[in-house]
Design a protein around this ligand. Structure first.
Ligand code: RET
Length: 265
């Protein structure tokens, strides 16, 4: 049995973790909302020819703000019983534990990750086939990631995680390969803006499966508090950071869409 002191330490750690969870969700909501307002303001005098980039990016942060709000208010959360966990999962007792799942992450990512890819694909005027391939792989990645998160037998969680990670690697391969060569054809500022956005995607997106694996959804090496904070930093950087880089490059958007009018004429 635990003594009073140990009990107090556990309670202190728990309340610290709860603070980190609610702080990250509240902070995430606020930053996504601010990002949305900033993009609306930036786009107020955007030309029709490149307005689509503003519309897509505003939806990305607005959808994320709504999903973050739902998690912060406790709506986008559910509890799951996991069994047959290996002994290195610290919270498992006889292989079983109950897990808080933020399903609203997936309803966020299901819509916002395709929109991010659409932004970068439209920038280099990728073909419809390439856009369909990217978005198909992306939706497959998020839905198999959801299967990982909702699986109740521990090893199945890891199997689905591996399937989802395979889709992410294929997606990044298409982005760097096929979409990259389209960017090379365009050259100039468009190519270098593409390079920056592609690097943001490669670095940040690869961190998601890593956080999932070490976090509460995988091996539970870090608790729900740090995991929620890490996801919030990744989400804000991958959406608001990405949007700032893209939408503040108005001259590039102008030149990309300007060429389109010229070549159509
Ligand atoms: C999961 C778990 C299973 C394995 C993989 C994942 C990848 C998620 C990614 C999410 C990207 C989200 C973004 C949000 C924008 O803010 C589902 C975590 C591969 C890549 C960019």
């Amino acid at each position: 049995m635990w003594g009073g002191n140990q009990c107090r330490v556990v309670m202190a750690v728990e309340s610290l973790s709860n603070t980190l969870v609610s702080g990250s969700l509240g902070g995430g909501t606020a930053l996504m909302k601010l990002g949305t307002l900033y993009f609306v303001w930036l786009g107020k005098d955007a030309d029709e020819s490149y307005k689509e980039f503003f519309i897509i990016t505003i939806f990305i942060t607005a959808i994320a703000a709504a999903n973050y709000l739902s998690m912060a208010l406790g709506f986008g959360v559910t509890t799951l019983e996991v069994e047959n966990a290996p002994s290195f999962v610290p919270i498992a007792e006889n292989g079983a534990y109950s897990l808080d799942i933020f399903w609203a992450r997936y309803s966020d990512w299901l819509f916002t990750t395709p929109l991010l890819l659409l932004d970068i694909a439209l920038l280099v005027k990728a073909s419809k086939e390439t856009i369909a391939t990217l978005i198909g792989l992306d939706v497959f990645m998020i839905l198999t990631g959801l299967a990982a998160t909702l699986s109740q037998v521990w090893i199945n969680r890891i199997v689905w995680w591996a399937v989802s990670t395979g889709a992410l690697i294929a997606l990044l391969y298409v982005l760097a390969g096929r979409v990259g060569s389209k960017a090379k054809e365009m050259g100039g500022d468009a190519e270098s803006l593409f390079g920056t956005l592609r690097n943001i995607i490669i670095v940040l997106w690869l961190a998601y499966p890593a956080v999932w694996l070490i976090g509460s959804e995988g091996a539970h090496l870090i608790g729900l508090g740090p995991e929620t904070a890490l996801f919030a930093v990744l989400d804000v950087s991958a959406k608001v950071g990405f949007g700032i880089v893209l939408l503040r490059s108005r001259n590039v958007l102008e030149s990309v869409t300007g060429t389109e009018t010229a070549s159509a004429a």
